[in-house]
Design a protein. Structure first.
Length: 210
């Protein structure tokens, strides 16, 4: 379902191009665009696009963010940081096939849309765990800093908790251009070196807001 609230700044050619792109993406993943509202906004306003979708997954294929286990290693796909500066957030392929494959081995998994500083504590908290982040291991895009990897967001990579094993090398064989990097581990709740960059402050706020 696609809801489009278009301002007078957008031409019909722009709207048609938007939907051509949406249809192309939907077809790639076997989805269908079945409707949605289209409304106009006053001239000069921002154009808003809201997309919602439904799907099915086998019962034994569901992986949530809340099933991580103490001593699971933490992994991320791809590289992190600088999405907005490079506009990668406007031109990327979701890790759909990679996520389906990793679901066979991951205890917990989620996408990195808000940056590690927000998303890693969410996964750990949902799993009833603490965490250790090894910042020196973060896979950075060229020219990016650790701070960008922690806070920029919109990386659209996968964060997962899983024990190390032969599956890591197999993943690299199946997806040779993606990359998979160990960045830390889950610990017992309330334990773990929460690292630099405000991790302790963030974790304390998260606990207070439970």
């Amino acid at each position: 379902m696609v809801t489009l609230a278009a301002s007078g700044n957008e031409s019909m050619a722009w709207v048609e191009g938007l939907y051509r792109g949406l249809v192309k993406c939907a077809e790639r993943y076997g989805a269908s665009i079945v409707g949605g509202e289209t409304v106009s906004l006053p001239d000069g306003g921002a154009t808003l696009i809201s997309i919602s979708g439904t799907g099915r997954v086998p019962r034994n294929g569901v992986v949530t963010r809340g099933s991580g286990r103490v001593d699971d290693d933490l992994w991320v796909t791809g590289r992190l940081g600088g999405s907005f500066e490079s506009e990668r957030h406007l031109d990327f392929l979701p890790r759909a096939e990679e996520g389906k494959w990793l679901g066979k081995y991951a205890h917990a998994m989620m996408d990195l849309s808000d940056g590690l500083r927000r998303d890693l504590p969410r996964l750990a908290r949902a799993s009833g765990c603490g965490f250790v982040l090894e910042e020196e291991c973060l896979p950075l895009h060229d020219g990016c800093t650790v701070e960008q990897a922690l806070g920029d967001g919109e990386d659209m990579e996968l964060l997962l908790a899983a024990p190390a094993g032969d599956w890591v090398a197999e993943f690299q064989r199946v997806f040779p251009t993606v990359g998979l990097t160990r960045i830390g581990r889950l610990t017992a709740e309330g334990e773990g070196d929460l690292g630099s960059g405000g991790w302790q402050h963030f974790n304390r706020k998260s606990k207070e807001s439970k």
